[in-house]
Design a protein around this ligand. Structure first.
Ligand code: ATP
Ligand code: MG
Length: 385
């Protein structure tokens, strides 16, 4: 099997080989190349030690990403190449990184420590594909299978349970039965994993093409992470957006807020999800839509799309977009009068904002035209009252 590598990756492998080391592409890069998926980070494994890698590539900037664990990151034309020395791993008492690692000369040993067969492949142009665990077949058959005894692998590092959910959801893989049952069996260990890491993976899991099936098949695991969620009555895949899908899992905004805070989700996510959950149908009338836009801005568009997809309120998104594209006034920024004008008409402090808001509502309702003169007259009449 011949896999086309980019020039820089090929160059890195050949520099290592010419110096007498062996070097392979591994991990997500190889998996994604074999799947024909877009690749992001570049993982290279070698028997050269980090110091030797640094010497060989002394002319390039190198970051000591995890030197104790054998990883350095080479920057070539601003692209990071992660180069990790072949290693075996001790136990993971923090469920994050192994307590101890030992470097090894053998790619076989290195592949054995990896989580799933599809992630335990190695390739270079000299040796071709190194596939000790049937990873290529699993990839072709779209199967996710732990390397070695699944129970041991998930108890060593329970983050692998969450990674399994992600790979299954994103890459559309069926989880092999023993692997799946070990995921259930070890799921209580998830409480040892930092919630931030779980949340990061969760966003990817929610965005996967197979998310709905993964959710239904492994619901008890999702319930451990977020006891507040309920199984949606219909397929959530068409929502096609992790935040919409998240919003579809909760009965109310209080549950969502509690769960998301527990997972230390960022404030934007909490705000967006709770807003979607507590949203109401987008009104039919243009005036009402403009009033809504004046209060919460273009978040209305987000709500409209969510309502259209999840509640099947057809035409909702288009209706809001038409208002936005009409160029008609729905926001303070579009008003033909600004704060300075209001001040020059004799108002100050908090009054300025109040007057502007009043004018905006009058313009939106069609009571006055959005023209400077009309607005000035309106302000003068406010003054009289
Ligand atoms: P992606 O980069 O798309 O998230 P990846 O498979 O490259 O996926 P990384 O976290 O970049 O994931 O890890 C690179 C490789 O290291 C994996 O393919 C796998 O072989 C191994 N690996 C990563 N995390 C673990 C883990 N928790 N347990 C065992 N092996 C792991
Ligand atoms: Mg990777």
């Amino acid at each position: 099997m011949l896999i086309k590598l980019d020039n820089t990756t090929e160059y890195i492998l050949s520099v290592l080989e010419k110096a007498g080391f062996s070097a392979y592409i591994v991990g997500g890069l190889l998996r994604d190349l074999l799947l024909g998926n877009p690749t992001h980070d570049i993982d290279i494994a070698t028997n050269a030690l980090p110091g030797q890698v640094k010497e060989l590539f002394a002319e390039y900037p190198v970051i000591d990403t995890g030197i104790k664990h054998g990883t350095v990151t080479l920057l070539i034309e601003h692209i990071p190449y992660e180069i990790t020395t072949f290693r075996t791993e001790g136990i993971y008492s923090d469920n994050r990184r192994p307590d101890t690692v030992s470097f090894t000369d053998s790619i076989e040993q290195d592949l054995k420590r990896r989580d799933f067969t599809i992630n335990a492949l190695a390739y270079n142009n000299t040796s071709g594909l190194v596939d000790l665990f049937g990873g290529l077949d699993d990839l072709n058959n779209r199967v996710l299978r732990a390397v070695g005894e699944p129970k041991n692998r998930f108890s060593e590092d329970s983050l692998r349970i969450i990674r399994a959910l992600r790979f299954s959801s994103v890459l559309d893989l069926e989880i092999e039965p023993q692997t799946k049952s070990a995921m259930f069996g070890c799921s209580h260990l998830l409480r040892n994993i930092a919630v931030e890491r779980i949340f990061n993976e969760l966003i990817n899991i929610l965005g996967g093409v197979r998310f709905d099936r993964v959710l239904r098949e492994l619901f008890p695991i999702f319930s451990l992470i977020m006891p507040e969620i309920v199984l949606p009555s219909k397929d959530v895949t068409p929502l096609n957006n992790p935040f919409f899908i998240l919003s579809a899992l909760f009965k109310d905004e209080y549950d969502a807020r509690r769960a998301l805070h527990r997972l230390k989700a960022d404030n934007d996510t909490v705000k967006r999800v709770t807003m979607l959950i507590s949203s109401m149908a987008i009104p039919d009338e243009v005036v009402q839509i403009k009033l809504l836009l004046s209060r919460i801005g273009t978040a209305v568009l987000d709500i409209a799309l969510f309502r259209e997809l999840f509640y099947e309120e057809k035409g909702t998104y288009e209706r809001v977009r038409n208002v936005l594209e009409s160029g008609e006034c729905y926001s303070l920024g579009q008003l033909a009068l600004n704060g300075a004008d209001i001040v020059s008409l004799g108002f100050s402090g908090a009054e300025v904002g109040e007057v502007l808001k009043k004018l905006l509502d009058m313009v939106i309702s069609g009571n006055i035209e959005n023209k400077k003169e009309a607005l000035v007259n309106a302000v003068k009449s406010i003054d009289k009252n």
